[in-house]
Design a protein. Structure first.
Length: 218
């Protein structure tokens, strides 16, 4: 039977979380909101509307959401030509492909942002499918992004592993019924990832690649 290795992208395969933090912080500042960077960091991984709601609350002026999201997109877009892949991200995906895994991306990114991330990873030839923000109604921590990724490659949850860097990733994967692997390169503590459902935690893609034989992706 086929098996699927599903990957989050931001903070998991590409070193972008803190670029998102600065971009969101500036977008909020321009709109007159004082949001601490540490709070923004803990919210990275949520879709734009969910991130804004998480940080500003349900009693905010929701008419401002689109403006905030557009400001973040414009500010983050200045980095598109130099997004840095995390160590051995592409090599990890290629090795899993050689080992018989279907490699799938499940990300809140879409459009030009997703294209820039894929250029950074430089492993398009082994990526079987991508579930982007455009493909689902609810983003992480809802299970839909992971479930849709598995639908794209026709693999059941019990034959899949989801790799991510945030609590939202681990919750989404757990709710989708897949085994979850966490990485620390997004800046979220090991204990938080484990509490949210990570069965194993590694430093970054390079560490996971070096540990494949003893990992849930063995």
């Amino acid at each position: 039977m086929d098996r699927a290795a599903v990957f989050d992208v931001d903070g998991t395969l590409v070193d972008t979380n803190h670029l998102h933090v600065v971009s969101w912080w500036e977008a909020f500042r321009q709109a007159g909101h004082r949001v601490p960077m540490h709070a923004v960091h803990r919210s990275v991984g949520l879709g734009s509307t969910d991130l804004i709601a998480h940080l500003l609350g349900d009693d905010r002026d929701t008419d401002q959401d689109a403006e905030l999201s557009a400001a973040h997109k414009a500010l983050y877009g200045q980095y598109f030509d130099r997004l840095p892949a995390l160590p051995d991200a592409g090599r990890l995906l290629r090795q899993l492909h050689r080992d018989g895994w279907k490699v799938v991306l499940a990300t809140s990114a879409s459009g030009p942002e997703l294209s820039a991330l894929r250029r950074a990873i430089d492993a398009d030839d082994v990526i079987a499918a991508t579930a982007s923000a455009d493909d689902v109604e609810e983003g992480k921590p809802a299970p839909e992004p992971v479930e849709h990724a598995l639908e794209l490659v026709g693999v059941p949850a019990e034959r899949a592993v989801f790799v991510g860097d945030t609590v939202w990733d681990m919750l989404a994967g757990s709710r989708a019924g897949v085994r979850c692997v966490g990485v620390l390169c997004g800046g979220i503590p090991r204990e938080d990832l484990q509490k949210a459902g990570a069965q194993a935690v590694y430093d970054d893609p390079a560490h996971l690649l070096a540990s494949l034989a003893d990992s849930p992706l063995a």
